[in-house]
Design a protein around this ligand. Sequence first.
Ligand SMILES: [Zn+2]
Length: 153
Amino acid sequence: MKFPFAISNYRLDNSDIFSKYPTQEACIEHLETVRWDDNPTCPYCKSDKVARKNELDKVGRWNCRACKSSFNVLSGAIMQKTKVPLQTRFLAIGLMVNAKKSVSSCQLARDLELNQKTAWYVQTRIRVAMVHKERHLLQGIIEMDETYLGVVT
Ligand SMILES: [Zn+2]
């Protein structure tokens, strides 16, 4: 499965996010391409017998003919059920992956003009998505650049 935000496909430049994805619909279209590769499937029963609910629907709802569920590209994903615009969430991802050190939720809140609690929620969801499910401990000789280890006292 591809990383949902296609970071592997290009460098995520924070200044380009609003020009690449000018609307919520453009973000949804991008996520549909990355997640489904033009073959949408129901996240509940995995059926590909689905139809777009309404071409004019701004949240990209789909109906599953097999289990009669309604879903969109965000169903079952980290960005499900939040009211933060997708462009803001894309920008949060860019800020987090481009930061040398970590980004605090307070800093993210200031940068994205969100309240700290919302920024923390968005940040936590992104961090959960960054964890590889089948991760293993590194072995052998490990080399790192620009890495900070330890605790400042
Ligand atoms: Zn289904």
